[in-house]
Design a protein around this ligand. Sequence first.
Ligand code: GLC
Length: 753
Amino acid sequence: MTSLKNVLLAFCITWVITPALAQQKPSASVDQKIEALISQMTIEEKAGQLNIVVGETINTGPTMHTAESKKFDEQIRAGKLTGLFNVYGAAYTKRLQKIAVEESRLHIPLLFGADIIHGFKTVTPIPLGEAASWDLDLIRRSAQMAAREATSAGINLNFAPMMDISRDPRWGRISEGAGEDTYLGSRIAEARVKGFQGDKLSDPATMAACLKHFAAYGAAEAGRDYNTADISERVLQEIYLPPFKAAIDAGAATVMPSFNELDGVPATANRHLLQDILRKQWNFNGAVISDYGAVGEMINHGSSADGSKAVIHSLEAGTDMDMMSYLYISKIPELVKAGSLDVKYVDAAVRRILKLKFDLGLFDNAYLYSDEVREKKEVRSKENIALAREVARKSMVLLKNDNGLLPLRSSYKKIAVIGPLADNKEDMNGSWSFFGEATHPVSVLQGIKARVPASTEVVYHPGCNLFDNSRDKMTEAMTTAQGADLTLLVVGESAVMNGEAASRADIGLPGVQEDLVKMISKSGKPVVVVLLNGRPLTMEWLDQNVPAILETWTLGSEAGNAVADVLFGDYNPSGKLPVTFPRHVGQIPIYYNHKNTGRPYSGTNNEPASDRVYVSKYRDIKNTPLYPFGYGLSYTTFTYSEVTLNKATMKNGEQIEATVTVTNNGNYDGEEVVQLYLHDLVGSVTRPVKELKGFQKVMIRKGEAKKITFTITDKELTFLRGDMTWGTEPGMFEVLVGTNSDAVKKKSFELVK
Ligand code: GLC
């Protein structure tokens, strides 16, 4: 029997709990609900919707909490927080959400953001490593798994994918993106957005993506993080922006401006980026979230005289949410009341953030993402671990394998595993893995021990340290190597040597690791180097003296198992470099899609002596990279036929088909990434010597031949012409197809009017 008292109580609760929403008819559109909410908000509450702060345990930036700002419960109750980031856990996020929805005046639910850069608790390879798989569906599935895990722990906004093109391996954050190429980077950005967001943002297993860092952050001068990016509008438009455009076309929900200035204006307040391009040209209507403290850093940049000016400049340019500068929350009310800031900018920002929360389904069910039952089932599930191992296997790149030393034979009686990263679990998580546990990963040593035949003994020695130049363990390591049939040398960078604020001027093996390799190479026994790194390394001595080298990046939770899978031939390596490896740091920036210049130098030293002087080259080293973009070996061998074209000319609106036959004439089934490049020989502006325009990753069984066809249309021929319009120009083109950007078969055609 429902007593009058209960009815009255139910009415009061409804009236108290959802005054803002109670006045809207259920049939009101989202936009109407948003306007109704905004009409009831004080300026303080509006400022609160533009303020997101970091939790207390994972700090990803310089500004720390004040005693006041870390009183999250109070801040939420007072409507001063739109969300928190880098906090997680279904129970914890549910508790905070409950305060927002039940105890604040307007009951607006919270966002819970995080940097799920390559996996949540099940850690996958660093993004640069995953990019080396060139397997777009795998990359999408990897992001999808990360979303399933993170959302079960309350996360609904992911500050990823990072899609900064980088041509400078001194820059530590090259580890976080998809490498140097715009086409590959664009395809991978799309895959990651689809993985994180799925088809519906309100699906509890998907989370909003945040495209970062907008833009040209990877063009930091001298590879020094946060440094000035000074590039032409043409290079911005052709190289750095397309991955963002592709990701926005894939439906990305939010964007994060970068720390750097561009053309003299920090991205956080750069109207050209945030208004001309993002809002007007691309018609992006999602929320723009500042990077950590970036609004306040406008003062350091010298583009804003003080905090108030920084707020005005950022908000008017289009940065909607302030991450950790506390300036929006502290300055907006007084600036609007003083008439220094038009409230329309505040309302526009609030509108976009409320829209994000509606799209995430938070107004229908604020607890959608804090699901303890799902969390227990999802996090580090067997399926997720198995997928992490698959991604890790497919991310590795075989750089060298003289005389088929790999895969390892089961006849080895004793294998030495030597190196400072061999018996290391924590660093396998790589940079940007704040949620991965240090104890979770399988070390390389563990993986080898678990995989060797019972008849094989495994011995271990650290060899040297990562962070000092002590050589006192090397002699003992040498003895270990001499007593074994083969040595696996596990060397490279620790996770803190790449990633944010981890630029390196010398990109060789850190410490005395190269000396260790040189010593062990004299052991008289075969040596295989297993590389763990987050950037290209200068390693010419290794390339010239070590018979087998496997690039493993940092592979995450299943590192050791995946490395063993490849070393013992359970998986035939199929990765291709998404970034050029220089011979020497002095070559940087070095990338495959460079211009020809007026005095090109083939690097072969075959030119007549007279031609070798006045050409674009170094006196002391070769021009060529150590390993080119797209490079990677297999345990088998693939041979390519000549390229055939179904016609020699095409007109705009037509298409040409380029076909090669790839034959696996080795002893292993293997996957090959067949790459299509185009070279536009003459243009109203100079054109790169080649540009990646397509690729197909195919399994070719041993002894099998596969016909691979690429279709070339106007789209592949389009570029930013001399008049800054996108389009094609008639003339000769070369089609280049091959196993990497250097080893290609060529055929020409003409685009005719
Ligand atoms: C960091 C990074 C950014 C990250 C943010 C929040 O400084 O630049 O990529 O999403 O802060 O952790």
